[in-house]
Design a binder for this molecule. Structure first.
Ligand SMILES: [Zn+2]
Length: 63
């Protein structure tokens, strides 16, 4: 009986083995979604990132 883990994106069971090319994701699509989520800042890293963003907006002239 194969070990399965839930895909972090869509919760589909992913068979954990040499055939699971995209583990821990179920597919290339979910892997790309995860990469995109990081790039878009949907995942928050608990390190002063929002403060830095505010500072940047305050000091950047709007033109
Ligand atoms: Zn998935």
């Amino acid at each position: 009986m194969p070990t399965t883990v839930p895909c972090p994106i869509c919760d589909s069971p992913v068979v954990w083995g040499p055939d699971a090319k995209f583990r821990p994701f179920c597919s290339e699509r979910c892997r790309q979604i995860d990469l995109g989520a990081w790039a878009n800042g949907d995942y928050t890293i608990p390190v002063q990132t929002s403060e830095q963003d505010d500072d940047w907006q305050d000091t950047c002239p709007q033109q």
